[in-house]
Design a protein around this ligand. Structure first.
Ligand code: NDP
Ligand code: OXD
Length: 309
């Protein structure tokens, strides 16, 4: 029983140790160490080097270490019949809520603005926004978006949501599909993107969409860089229609040093850390799926390659 672990962020040993401790009967290999590649059927992966799956002709099941699977579905070298799963985890969801709530308050209370004033020793009180004055619109009401909606509601925010299929949630108004998107946007003062990256959602955060938000709206993108048309965001902020943005994800990560986001006074950037899979929380579901796969049982959180998420 063998599994290959593939990731390029320096965390292979940490995950390998956590997995090995929990399942000593399985051999876990880093893709960088010697192992019989042609016999490996299962991989656990986070942002793999392109072309790596050509080296694993027996691959049948790939588990993403994260919630997103866009990097796997975009790889044409992964055969269509390979099963793919993703992480769905309450810790991942609550970490995401905490991040978004932090970003919202930093916008409402002008904290980034004051930090930049502080560096220049400027004393300039500015009006702030109260919870009761703001409606948060969540694009993507899945595992993360629906947890965020509950947490925001608990704090007292008005929340609206938008997804592919219709949701009925008693404490909030939910919209679905293309036809209801404009209405959803018209009610949103702070937009949070928690969509998966698919062909339908690529570049969805663009000028026409921003134009449908009320003037002064704030944008938080914690999903994928591919959702956002960078120059459209900058243009709509510079025109004053969008009051600013908090971004955690980018087209290219790390974001190249010359990118205009770095120096923009109204853009708060973080390095893809909104919610990071926690080994202790996630190892049990990775192993559960490994054993299910071995027994030929249905997998948890299997991705639909047709739907794209
Ligand atoms: P889910 O698959 O659980 O939810 C996706 C939601 O998006 C669903 O509500 C789905 O609708 C909706 N959706 C999908 N396609 C469309 C569409 N074309 N139009 C409208 N709605 C659509 O995903 P998660 O909540 O688990 O994660 C969302 C994303 O967050 C991940 O794919 C990942 O990219 C990102 N992420 C970022 C992290 C970070 O640290 N920055 C950490 C973790 C995740 P429906 O309900 O009808 O299916
Ligand atoms: C994820 C992520 O998809 O960290 O889990 O972006």
């Amino acid at each position: 029983m063998s599994v290959v672990i593939i990731r390029q962020d320096g965390k292979i040993e940490e995950w390998k140790l956590a997995l090995q401790l929990a399942a000593p009967e399985i051999n876990f290999y880093s893709y960088l160490e010697d192992h019989q590649k042609d016999r490996i059927e299962v991989a656990m992966v986070w942002k793999h080097p392109q072309g790596i799956f050509k080296e694993y002709p027996s691959m049948r099941y790939i588990a993403s270490f994260g919630a997103g699977v866009d990097f796997l579905l975009q790889d044409p070298e992964i055969p269509a019949d390979v099963k793919i799963t993703r992480v769905v985890d309450p810790v991942l969801a609550s970490d995401m809520s905490e991040y978004v709530i932090g970003a919202l308050f930093s916008f409402m209370k002008n904290l980034i603005h004051y930090r930049s004033d502080q560096i220049k020793a400027i004393w300039d009180p500015t009006p702030y926004i109260r919870i009761r004055d703001l409606t948060v619109g969540i694009m993507g009401m899945g595992a993360l978006g629906s947890c965020l909606a509950k947490d925001l509601y608990r704090i007292g925010f008005k929340v609206v949501g938008w997804s592919r299929s219709k949701k009925n949630i008693d404490f909030m108004e939910c919209f679905s599909g293309e036809k209801q998107r404009a209405e959803f946007l018209s009610k949103t003062n702070a937009l949070v993107c928690l969509l998966p990256l698919t062909p339908e959602t690529t570049n969805i955060l663009n000028k026409p969409l921003f134009g449908q938000l009320p003037p002064g709206a704030y944008v938080i993108n914690v999903a994928r860089g591919g959702h956002l048309v960078d120059e459209d965001l900058i243009d709509m902020i510079n025109r004053g229609h969008i009051s600013g943005a908090c971004l955690d994800v980018y087209h290219q990560e790390p974001l190249p040093k010359q990118h205009p986001f770095w120096a923009h006074p109204k853009i708060l950037m973080t390095p893809h850390v909104a919610s990071v899979s926690d080994a202790q929380a996630v190892v049990p579901q990775l192993l559960e799926n490994y054993f299910r796969f071995k027994k030929g049982e249905a997998l948890l959180n299997e991705v639909s390659t047709l739907r794209g998420y």
